[in-house]
Design a protein around this ligand. Sequence first.
Ligand code: SAM
Ligand code: SF4
Length: 324
Amino acid sequence: MNSYGRIVDYLRISVTDRCNERCLYCMPEGYHGWENKPDHLTAAEILRVVRVTAGLGFRKFRLTGGEPLVRRDVPEIVRAMARIPGVETIALSTNGTKLAALAQPLRAAGLRTVNVSLDALDPHIYKTVSGGDVNLVIAGIRAAVAAGFESVKLNCVLMRGVNKPEIWPLVLFAAEHGLPLRFIELMPLTSTDVLTEKNFLPVAEVMELLAQKDELIAQPDRRLGHGPAKYYLLKNTGATVGFIGALTNPHFCDTCNKMRLTADGKIRPCLGNHVELDLRTTLRKTDDDDALRELLVTALRLKPFEHQFRENYTPCRPMTAIGG
Ligand code: SAM
Ligand code: SF4
């Protein structure tokens, strides 16, 4: 499906808005959005959306959340998705805390790639950012490497006053394990409170910091996937580092190929725009896939040319519900 000349063939599916961590920028301590009982899409409903979107030409699917691995049926969902005609790639975004036990079963089920969030290696800083235990994440990353995924990438959200000192240790860790590491600019996703002058650290500044330590060699855009990151090889360290300048790169949206399915069954054409269409009501009202198809095509037509993060965008609901 086409939007402003962009081929949209990638669906990110939030399977839950629940999470076992509390990241400062996503699900800060004291967040109350979970008090209501969730009404998440069932596995069968998720699979039906995957079947219909695959029929419309979607080829890549990512399970995310919240923390997708707090939902117990994820391996079964992956196994069933892998059998749907048209589904080429199934990917997962996770905080890694439950990956040690699940990496192998997920790989066997047909999961091809994994992105693990890792904002710090220092246990205290990691705990400050997410409330969790970095050792669980490291064990999860090692298990993912051992399970033989086609790619395992690390994601680090940049916060100047919090994890700037962790940037170089993370680069060395990525080099040691041969894993691409992406630095992501902080976005106003759950609340705008985190996006202060003090916290915001542009990717250009990180590139300058790394250039003082090593030589950055630009990598061809397509080698490491079709995502929004610009990749560089660090000549001496050997690390591959990607930069996701969601706020500072004016061309960030030019190649956007995705739509999102929220945990409660809304189709969302853009992360940084409030437009959403309700699929869940239709999923539960009728077995007629034409009605779903129509909603999905309408959503695509509503996909904006670019996000609104630079225009005093105020989030209307948390990232965990929308699906990161
Ligand atoms: N729980 C999983 C995880 O942490 O990877 C998957 C969901 S999480 C919402 C997906 C990605 O969004 C993570 O890489 C996370 O760091 C990123 N993210 C969440 N809130 C963000 C924000 N305000 N700005 C930038 N990235 C954010
Ligand atoms: Fe949970 Fe991921 Fe959000 Fe952190 S970024 S609170 S791990 S969903």
